[in-house]
Design a protein around this ligand. Structure first.
Ligand code: NOJ
Ligand code: MG
Length: 550
């Protein structure tokens, strides 16, 4: 297996851990990754047997979706105990073993921390709802009914319906931005803050290398609980996309939320750990407030997932983040909340080709590119038979496929159970997924998505200009080719197909092809012929002028 040594991170007064700067990330949806005990549910022992796949792929950092005990109403994003391990996944000893195995392979591990809400089965909430005077009453957001007895304001849940549920026993409403079974914590309560500082410390003490922070922009609410303005005149009963019809000026991205991360940063820094926020804020200037040398190390730039297969759209969406947030970013190719890149960009072989080309671009942006499991196989969303929905979005909202298609089990081997399980998978395999999509079938085939992805990640690792804060120059303002120079040494070009065929770019004579996602790419004496839906990474001699010559 090919491998490359990572050059040392450029020395600077960068306060972030060196292992983060220049890293490549990978999201593991634990439930669907690898099942060792045959119950059809992915688990930690299964994951341990597959860590080598990630190390060989060229991944540096693995983010695990929540593994803490949970009634699984939102598949772990409803936490019943922040310090334990969900029994279906393993126990604390397994987690320690997993961390040891990962570290031995050079992998860092991020846990998913869910601070916005707990499960309604968490001991805090059980106590909180027991009486108005309960010890943990103020751990959650309780309000009196409106004068007409209805909810205290017009806020709605991401998952449909009002963001408030009436608790008859104590005569007040509690707030939940997600399911009623996911009550929001009250971050105005100092004991909540103290509890989470203890939780963070406990995970870092155990050897966890950092946390991905769930809905990191949602923790704080408007103290006056004012109504959100309605963007268009729709009735609350039409719940499907009601969330998008409000301007979320009072429930999301509130002043004060970054202060929480300042406290956390001091803890993380003491352990050399990283704070990575799921900050779903698509305005780069607003996102920048979260990612500073004394708050979050990085946040996901979800512009990657919002952008369509259109050069102008990709440029317009991604560029403000690069220009505003430097390399304090993570760039998701896909995630467990959205369709796989291969599906978003057209499906089938075309979608897979575009996904790899897009990843090549993401690998050359400042920050940490993140693959989602299956991306390395060119996997598109699984086609599922009717009646198998597990995602609360699909269960609660009509005519919405929900997120299950992106969460079908990983495909390891071309056998019954695809090497994922010997039992019945908790969510069926996609009927469109077959042996050709497995890790085993693609290994050692240099033309496979897996081997091309591996080559890309190893090439990135060996190019210091792609790590850290080297300059980023956008060379072409328009047209179907996106071209970016990093430092003065590396150029990436992505041809976002427009149906007009290959593009020709004139580069410096000594330009050297390092990665080409399409074998029809040609580079002779500086003349590059780049097919549609393909990308290249080219090494330049430091100091050669590129601008204006394309
Ligand atoms: C974001 C997570 O990625 C998603 O899966 C979850 O449903 C919500 N946050 C609520 O925790
Ligand atoms: Mg299992």
């Amino acid at each position: 297996m090919s491998s490359t040594t990572r050059p040392p991170a450029p020395s600077s007064d960068d306060p972030r851990p060196a292992w983060w700067v220049g890293a490549v990330g990978y999201e593991v949806y634990v439930r669907s990754f690898a099942d060792a005990d045959g119950d059809g549910i992915g688990d930690l022992p299964g994951l341990r047997t597959r860590l080598e796949h990630l190390a060989e792929l060229g991944v540096d950092v693995v983010w695990l979706t929540p593994i803490t005990p949970s009634p699984q109403r939102d598949h772990g994003y409803d936490v019943a105990d922040y310090l334990g391990v969900e029994p279906a996944y393993g126990d604390l000893d397994e987690l320690t073993g997993l961390l040891e195995d990962a570290h031995a392979l050079g992998l860092k591990v991020l846990m998913d921390l869910v601070p916005n809400h707990t499960s309604d089965q968490h001991a805090w909430f059980l106590d909180s709802r027991s009486s108005r005077g309960a010890e943990h009453r103020d751990f959650y957001v309780w309000r009196d009914p409106a004068p007409d007895g209805g909810p205290p304001n017009n806020w709605v849940s991401h998952f449909g319906g009002p963001a408030w549920t009436f608790d008859a026993a104590t005569g007040q409403y509690y707030m939940h931005l997600f399911l009623p079974e996911q009550p929001d914590l009250n971050w105005a309560e100092p004991r909540v803050r103290a509890a989470f500082e203890d939780i963070l410390t406990a995970w870092f003490e155990r050897g966890v290398d950092g946390v991905r922070i769930d809905v990191a922009h949602s923790l704080v609410e408007d103290p006056a609980f004012r109504d959100n303005p309605l963007l268009t005149n729709v009735s609350l009963a039409a719940a499907t996309s009601v969330f998008e019809r409000f301007a979320h000026i009072h429930d999301l991205d509130q002043p004060g939320v970054v202060d929480i991360y300042r406290d956390w940063r001091r803890i993380a820094d003491a352990y050399g750990a990283v704070l990575l926020g799921e900050v779903y804020v698509l305005d780069a200037a607003k996102l920048r407030r979260y990612v500073t040398d004394d708050a979050l190390h990085a946040a996901f730039a979800f512009a990657t997932i919002e952008a369509s297969w259109d050069a102008t759209d990709i440029r317009d969406q991604l560029r403000p983040f690069v220009e505003t947030c430097e390399d304090r970013l993570a760039w998701p190719l896909s995630s467990h909340d959205a369709p796989h890149a291969a599906t978003r960009f057209g499906g089938g072989e075309l979608g897979a080709r575009r996904s790899l080309a897009y990843l090549t671009l993401l690998c050359c942006l400042p920050g940490v590119p993140f693959l989602y499991q299956g991306d390395e196989l060119g996997l598109g969303d699984g086609v599922l038979p009717p009646g198998v929905a597990e995602d609360p979005i699909a269960l609660r909202l009509e005519d919405v496929p929900g997120r299950d298609p992106a969460r079908t089990p990983m495909l390891w081997e071309p056998s019954q159970g695809f090497g994922f399980t010997t039992g019945t998978p908790w969510l069926p395999f996609g009927t469109n997924h077959d042996a050709s999509h497995t890790v085993a079938a693609q290994t050692a085939d240099p033309t496979s998505q897996l081997e091309r992805t591996r080559a890309l990640l190893h090439a990135r690792r060996a190019l210091p200009a792609l790590h850290g804060r080297t300059s980023t120059t956008w060379l072409l303002e328009d047209g179907p080719v996106i071209a970016i120079e990093r430092g003065e040494e590396v150029l990436v070009a992505l041809h976002v197909g427009d149906g007009e065929g290959p593009a020709t770019l004139v580069l410096p004579e000594h330009a050297r092809l390092v990665v080409a996602t399409d074998d029809r790419t040609v580079l002779i004496d500086g003349e590059l012929t780049l097919p549609e839906d393909a990308a290249v990474i080219v090494e330049l001699e430091a100091g050669t002028e590129v601008e204006g010559r394309l």
